[in-house]
Design a protein. Structure first.
Length: 335
């Protein structure tokens, strides 16, 4: 009788410890995912004080327009990083899909068909990344570092290093037009972000992203088809890369073979700043979007203050280091 009572008490203590750990992990998750929003409010308030032009309607719409492409990519990157992966090739996908869409329209392809071609190429590119990572077991960093070179080279070869201009007005509307008072890229980004947020929180792909990122081996043993779902997540990011390529090309009114160069680092930074853990298993789409807007706000505010663009990267880099440091601290605390 005494041993049974002792066992019951010990089990209760273990249950309390487990629930305490779960509560602590939940709190850390909430804090990490709201840090970008808090930072956005604080940075915005500082620039509003320092510059009268910051809170004007024109400037705020400009910030949203400039954030659109990064936000679209960050929404997809969130899935990949939550699942424990990373994709360095999104910039080349943006360039490749953009120039092929532009070239297709130059050759007489209707706008809607050119857009579908861009999305199909993005899908294929993402699927190749997924196969390399999930099937061939190549580390994500190495696999996507290889495909970024391939994508960039194909874009340059396709255009011979020259921009493709003379795009139809119906296409440039996707990057330069307005839906009421809101820029079209912002509307497109909003729709993409909402859909991705629903997918992450309400569907199997989101549930399995968290499971795979938390413990891939345990997920596989519990019946999750980890290979298939990882390929799906990379393919999703590829499609969003195609959308981003279309929007950026339409905004620039030309297909640029170097468009999107370096944007992968900005996207990854936005996701990390938004509270998604680089070790996987934790994150939120809305946090990533707040991170994307925060980076844009910093660059915009520094431009208004006439800070040299050569120094602006230092501020964003410092923010990335801070976000990674907070992520590392949160992981140590949860452990």
């Amino acid at each position: 009788m005494h041993s049974e009572t002792t066992t019951t008490i010990e089990a209760g203590k273990r249950g309390e410890a487990l629930s305490g750990a779960e509560r602590r992990e939940r709190v850390l998750g909430i804090l990490s995912q709201t840090q970008s929003l808090v930072g956005l409010v604080l940075v915005g308030a500082i620039f509003a004080i320092l510059s009268d032009a910051f809170l004007t309607e024109y400037n705020l719409l400009n910030i949203l327009r400039q954030s659109a492409v990064t936000a679209i990519l960050a929404a997809g990157m969130t899935f990949v990083i939550i699942a424990g992966g990373i994709d360095l090739s999104v910039g080349s996908v943006v360039a490749l899909t953009g120039v092929i869409a532009a070239g297709s329209m130059r050759d007489g392809t209707p706008v809607w068909a050119a857009v579908l071609i861009a999305l199909a190429i993005g899908l294929a590119f993402g699927a190749v990344n997924g196969v390399a990572v999930a099937v061939l077991k190549i580390p994500a960093f190495i696999a996507t570092l290889g495909t970024v070179t391939i994508g960039s080279s194909v874009a340059l070869a396709y255009t011979e290093g020259l921009p493709i201009s003379g795009l139809p007005e119906a296409f440039t509307y996707l990057g330069q037009g307005f839906v009421g008072p809101i820029p079209t890229p912002v509307v497109i980004a909003f729709v993409v972000v909402v859909l991705c947020a629903v997918l992450l929180r309400r569907t199997l792909i989101g549930r399995y992203a968290f499971a795979i990122g938390g413990n891939e081996k345990a997920s596989f043993l519990s019946g999750v088809r980890t290979t298939r779902w990882k390929i799906t997540m990379y393919a999703l990011l590829g499609v969003l890369g195609g959308i981003a390529g279309v929007v950026l090309t339409a905004r620039q009114n030309s297909g640029q073979p170097t468009a999107g160069a370096g944007i992968e680092l900005i996207v990854i930074a936005a996701v990390v700043i938004g509270g998604t853990s680089l070790s996987g298993g934790r994150g939120a789409v809305w946090g990533s979007i707040a991170g994307a807007v925060l980076i844009t706000v910093i660059n915009n505010g520094l431009n208004l203050l006439n800070v040299s663009p050569y120094f602006q990267g230092m501020f964003v880099g410092g923010l990335i280091l801070l976000a990674v440091g907070l992520d590392w601290r949160n992981r140590k605390t949860s452990d």
